[in-house]
Every structure is written in structure tokens, then in C-alpha cells.
Design a protein around this ligand. Sequence first.
Ligand SMILES: [Zn+2]
Length: 194
Amino acid sequence: MSNTLDDILDFNRNFVESGEYAQFFSNKYPERGLAILSCMDTRLSELLPRALGLKNGDAKLIKNAGALVNHPWGSVMRSLLIAVFELRVSEIMVIAHYDCGMRGMSADGFLEKTAEHGIPADRIDTLRNAGIDLDNWLTGFDDVEDSVRHTVGIIRRHPLMPTAVTVHGLVIHPTTGKLTLVVDGNAQTEAERP
Ligand SMILES: [Zn+2]
């Protein structure tokens, strides 16, 4: 049995009692007016903010597998819009990373694993028959830079996204933290905006 929960609760008691939290004080409005969509990869947990020079309170950070917007009306897009309209965000960065697990992910490989974990095949058939497009939903991307361009495009063209919001696309190296700029939102002229 894992003791992760107990370990974390013990640590937390000390953290709060010792007043260690004081160094993280900030409010809900991001100091840099920035929202970042990135990947849940554990190598980025501390590396990403450190490599960007961001401290607690500087940016809204939204993470999922692959730094993707799968659906224009899904939770990621909603979070970005809330960041813009409710939390004074004026700049968005999509930051995917090299060596991402979503690169090359296929529905077939994923469904083999669901079978190994005891999910019955007839349940998968039922979902498909109900019109759920598992193949599309479970497919990752082939090229991380193309994926970032695509995601930036979805955000930028969203009908509720104000044209004044700048949307950039970058890829971070998961070991060195080096950033590669893929889409410079500042370089886009007003005419190119939707
Ligand atoms: Zn990833």
C-alpha cells in the first residue's frame, strides 16, 4: 500500500504550521497578465516556471496531456476564456514539449491497454455504437510543432476570443528547459487576425 496520502498530509501540517506558505503569497490575478497551456509531464512541473522566470502568482497555468485543446467548447478553452474575461489575462502561450507521450499515441495502442486493465471489449463496442469517436479522441499528434500551430489556431480563431489577446506557440525541451518559438503572436498583424 502506498503511503503517499499520509506522507503528504504529514508534510502539509508542518508546511502550514511553520508559515512556509508566506513566500508564495499572491492574489488570483496573474501579475504578468499571462495564461499558459502546457503538458502534464512531470519533468515540467518545476522546470517550466523556472525556465521561464515565472514565480508564484505570475501566470495562470492550465495543463493536460499534450498541451492540447481537443474541443472548442471543452474545459481547456473555457479556462482560457475565463482567464481572459475574469482574470485580466491578455497574453496566452501554448507550450508543448519535445519527447511528449502524446506524440504518436494511437487509439489502438490505448485500447489494448484498456483490455489489459480489464475493460471488456463489448463496452468499447457499446461506446462506438453510441457514436463516441474513440479513435479521434484517443489519438495524439505526429509532430509537436505542427500540434502547437494547430492549437494556437484553435485558440486564436475561437469566436469568443478577443482579437486583442496575443497567442504564442512554443516548445520546451524537457531536460534543459530551452524554448523554441513556433508562433510569435506579436508578429501577427491585425489583418491576419480573425
Ligand atoms: Zn507531454
